[in-house]
Design a protein around this ligand. Structure first.
Ligand code: PEP
Ligand code: MG
Length: 587
């Protein structure tokens, strides 16, 4: 088989090799399960029982529809019954169970997929339309074999696989806390989509924006995912496999060096101390922040709490989770960002059309101000938790002082009600804001008077400044962190905050990239917050450079006129000042 190399957008670093599993949410998620020779008759019987059961189900539905005067629609189900009785299909499944010794649900799903492919290509419109019948019946039989919920549950994957999918939502990725998913690659998506961000935190190599990976890869193909360079290698040649084995070892050896600095401060060679914090999406990641020596949590993306469930989280549930995170961080700062719903993050329990949540739409603080009950519940939980550690609040998507004042007015109401109820909370709790809307950066001097701290959300700031959708692979090249427009807004924000004696952090993905983090330090940023797994390499960079040199690089960058020139300059600086790190990432 010929080796094929596809190039996409690098989303999470690392190298993984293994078998492909194509996840198509329109279809079903069934993984192969090996069976013993003696289990073959049992599997065939299970399959036949599922066919009988499904047949009875369909007859019942048909009867019900006829009774309810929906007779003409009931005929649709005749076509379904015909699929169920198709001898060729049944015989193929039985033959393959006997030959391949795999569970009947997997074999059946493969045979159904094959039929769908064949029928989709037929020119005759009537026959082509049978695809829907085949799919419907397929899903019914599978549901009877493995249960509805399991058909779409990524946790049901039981062997090490690389997921290939057209798209993965952040909530899909959140359910990937499964040791068996060793990497993933998607057709669409940009490098700061939340799916990419979560992959980084999970330590799972990932590539997005491959455009047609789902067409090029077949189930069970052997793949290599190079998450650093965004390369997906299908059926790699022996020498490619050998090369990547060496690469894996080299990366591991290099990471081993970071252990020497884990307890040392993130301080430049000339004494500028930078705080290194972790970003958190799920409570479970707090221990990873600790293990990787984060000095606190700079961004807790609480919206994941609201996902993958059919109801809204209660005040107590949120309070307990925040308190647990404070406990794990043991006295360190935990910055809780209030609900940042929208963009690529949806909450299924709120039946609101997705279009309303667009990146530029009814998102984040705008949604919270419009739904004060939801907002107040979260604020109460946060304030109550503040009694148990060093907590601070951060509002997302603030566009200027008006948003901040409105949010603070609600916070004051919540504070007053807690006081009335004699419920303790931290009266000195700091309230800061994300700077991610260009108008916030441009009014940073005004905002700095009213906010306790700033955290620059470069993921959104870049997309809004450049008018480039952060999850669109077609415009991925135009999404430039080093664009002069972005750099100037960052500089403006830092200077405005410092003029008021306030600290500035960066919690967007720029903070994870050693060359861009070097530039941010030169621009005067006080704190960087990132995926826990990036902390030690960023510390390595900081401890190897001098602040004076980073300032020189930043000043030079501010004179350049394109994002590509700034990117090249920052890479050159990393190569000159921290060659080991540069080589490990680029060679
Ligand atoms: C950002 O926009 O940079 C940020 C950190 O927030 P999010 O990625 O959750 O939008
Ligand atoms: Mg953001």
């Amino acid at each position: 088989m010929k080796e094929i190399v596809l190039k996409g957008v690098p989303a999470a670093p690392g190298i993984a090799s293994g078998l492909a599993f194509i996840l198509d949410k329109q279809e079903y998620l069934v993984t192969p399960r090996a069976i013993l020779e003696k289990e073959v008759p049992i599997e065939i019987a299970r399959f036949e029982e599922a066919l009988i059961h499904t047949r009875q189900e369909i007859i019942e539905i048909k009867k019900k529809m006829s009774n309810e005067l929906l007779g003409e629609h009931a005929q649709l189900f005749d076509a379904h019954l015909l699929v169920l009785e198709d001898r060729a299909l049944i015989e193929e499944v039985v033959k393959r169970i006997k030959k391949e010794h795999l569970g009947c649900e997997y074999i059946f799903s493969e045979v159904i997929k094959k039929y769908v492919k064949i029928f989709s290509k037929i020119e005759d419109e009537y026959l082509r339309e049978r695809v829907t019948d085949i799919n419907d019946v397929g899903r019914r039989v599978l549901k009877n074999l493995v249960g509805e919920h399991k058909l779409h549950d990524l946790n049901s994957i039981t062997e090490s696989l690389i997921i290939i999918s057209h798209d993965l939502s952040p909530s899909d990725t959140a359910s990937m806390y499964n040791q068996n998913i060793i990497a993933f690659a998607t057709d669409i998506g940009g490098r700061t989509s939340h799916t990419a961000i979560m992959a980084k935190t999970l330590g799972v190599p990932a590539i997005v924006g491959l455009k047609d990976a789902t067409l090029q890869v077949q189930n069970q193909d052997y793949l290599i995912v190079d998450g650093r360079k965004g390369l997906l290698i299908i059926n790699p040649a022996a020498e490619t496999i050998a090369f990547y084995e060496k690469e894996k070892n080299r990366m591991e050896e290099f990471r081993g060096q970071f252990q020497d600095i884990k307890n040392l401060p993130a301080e430049t060679t000339d004494g500028r101390r930078i705080q290194l914090y972790a970003n958190l999406e799920l409570e479970g990641e707090a221990s990873s922040a600790k293990i990787n020596f984060a000095e606190g949590i700079g961004l807790y993306r609480t919206e994941f709490f609201y996902m993958n469930r059919t109801d809204m989280p209660t005040e107590d549930e949120q309070f307990d989770a925040y308190k647990r995170v404070l406990g794990i961080m043991a006295g360190q700062i935990v910055t809780i960002r209030t609900l940042d719903l929208g963009g690529d993050k949806f909450i299924s329990s709120l039946q609101i059309p997705k279009e309303m949540y667009a990146y530029w739409g009814w998102r984040a603080i705008r949604f919270c101000l419009a739904c004060p009950d939801i907002f107040k519940t979260q604020l109460r939980a946060i304030l109550r938790a503040s009694h148990f550690g060093k907590l601070q609040i951060m509002y997302p998507m603030i566009s200027g002082p008006e948003d901040l004042r409105k949010a603070n007015a609600i916070l004051d109401e919540v504070r007053a009600s807690l006081r009335r109820e004699n419920i303790p909370f931290d009266e000195a709790l700091k309230v800061g804001i994300m700077i991610e809307v260009p108008s916030a950066a441009m009014t940073a001097d005004l905002l700095a008077k009213e906010a306790a701290f700033f955290s620059i959300g470069t993921n959104d700031l870049i997309q809004y400044t450049l008018a480039v959708d952060r999850v669109n692979e077609q415009t991925a090249d135009m999404y430039q962190p080093g664009h002069p427009g972005v750099l100037r807004l960052i500089k403006l924000t830092v200077d405005a905050a410092h003029a008021q004696g306030k600290e500035v952090s960066v919690c967007g993905e720029m903070a994870n990239e050693p060359h861009l983090a070097l530039l941010l330090i030169g621009l005067g940023v006080d704190c960087l917050s990132m995926s826990p797994l990036s902390i030690l390499q960023i510390k390595k960079m900081i401890r190897t450079v001098s602040f004076a040199n980073t300032q020189k690089v930043a000043n030079e960058a501010l004179q350049l006129s394109t994002g590509h020139e700034v990117e090249t300059l920052a890479q050159k600086a990393l190569k000159e000042f921290v060659p080991d790190l540069f080589n490990a990432k680029n060679e």
